[in-house]
Design a protein around this ligand. Structure first.
Ligand code: FE2
Ligand code: FE2
Length: 364
């Protein structure tokens, strides 16, 4: 391999890209070319860090133990640097590196690496900044992964209610989009802007499909009854909010994320009415948590547009009239106003996430 090829690799890498050609030539002398066979291990998670590497050719997989197996974190391709984090932080390897296909890497050992850093304050500062950024990116990626995992898990859990209810998975998909859109719009409204930040918007998207999770606890005879429910059956049905909130409470106690606290409020209070005549607690006005007031509007809007065991689908115009009539009675008046101002956008969500049969119903 020519020195010019090595220099090219260095120049393309953000760790070394700011160095002069002369300095790069100087540094290149400290690196050694190593060939790895497919399947070979460059280092194991937990090893002490003795060197860092730049991939010249081939592919190296960085992976970490997760539960019983290994999870692939990253694929290192020509030009990529790996093994530098543990080397610089003088900590054990946080992941393993396996060679995927026949690979050639440039290796620099710890002593040599610190020697090239020694006395070069600018280079040292540059490397520190890059490492901090990488740690931050790794952290954000891990957080995103966890968030995606529990979002998917919660949505799958919410879909269980489909087995017990005539509501479809599409209803859950639509309500999460209505809730997010409504929360976004309210975040620009002077009355609500201080209560709604990006986390609120993200959380309501994640937990709104959980609103009826408690229906799994309601007997079939009540859940699937097509005729009018008796007073006793109505009372049983009403218990779905506290049953669902019980599930969220367990999650909340175990993992104190704001997501689950919002999930609790949504499951518990989504049938409260602004005028205080709802259930389970008869909360009135702004005593009803904001997320539950948003949820209630989104849920009822979708239920009115859809055919249910107990009712046909209503036309869009009729639904809009009902929302107007229920402004300040069932629904928070300001939230209703915001929704009505942009009602076409909510209708678009309905159309986008509905199957054609349902769409036929609302175009009447
Ligand atoms: Fe409900
Ligand atoms: Fe619902």
């Amino acid at each position: 391999m020519q020195i010019s090829d090595v220099n090219q690799l260095f120049r393309e890498n953000d760790l070394f890209s700011k160095l002069t050609l002369e300095r790069l030539n100087d540094i290149a002398k400290f690196f050694t070319l190593i060939d790895f066979a497919p399947g070979q291990v460059v280092f194991y998670e937990g090893d002490s860090a003795q060197a860092m590497y730049i991939v010249v050719s081939g592919e190296v997989i960085i992976s970490r133990k997760m539960g019983a197996g290994q999870r692939e974190l990253k694929r290192m391709l020509p030009g990529d640097v790996f093994g530098e984090m543990a080397l610089l932080s003088d900590s054990p390897r946080s992941a393993s590196a396996f060679v995927k296909s026949k690979s050639r890497c440039l290796e620099i050992n710890k002593e040599n690496f610190f020697e090239i850093l020694d006395g070069d304050r600018d280079f040292e500062r540059h490397i520190t900044q890059i490492i901090i950024k990488r740690i931050k990116d790794t952290d954000e990626n891990a957080n995103r992964y966890i968030l995606k995992a529990y979002e998917t898990l919660l949505f799958s859990l919410a879909n269980l209610t489909e087995l017990r209810d005539n509501e479809t998975g599409a209803h859950l998909l639509r309500v999460r989009h209505y809730c997010r859109l409504l929360a976004e719009k309210l975040s620009c409204h002077p009355h609500f802007e201080s209560a709604i930040d990006p986390l609120f918007i993200e959380n309501i998207f994640i937990v709104s499909p959980m609103h009826d999770i408690g229906k799994v606890a309601i007997p079939d005879a009540v859940m699937l009854k097509s005729g009018k429910l008796s007073d006793e059956e109505v009372m049983l049905m009403h218990q779905h909010s506290s049953a669902g909130a019980g599930v969220m409470k367990k999650l909340m106690d175990e993992i104190p994320f704001p997501t689950f606290a919002m999930g609790y409020n949504i499951t518990m209070y989504h049938h409260e009415r602004y005028d205080g005549s709802g259930y389970p607690s008869g909360l009135k006005g702004e005593k009803i948590p904001l997320e539950a007031r948003i949820m209630s509007l989104a849920d009822v809007f979708d239920a009115l547009l859809s055919a249910r065991i107990y009712k046909p689908a209503f036309s869009f115009a009729k639904v809009v009239n009902i929302l107007r009539e229920e402004r300040g009675k069932q629904f928070d008046p300001l939230i209703t106003d915001v929704m009505l101002t942009s009602i076409e956008e909510f209708r678009e969500i309905y159309l986008k996430y509905s199957n054609p049969d349902e769409i036929d119903e609302i175009s009447r």
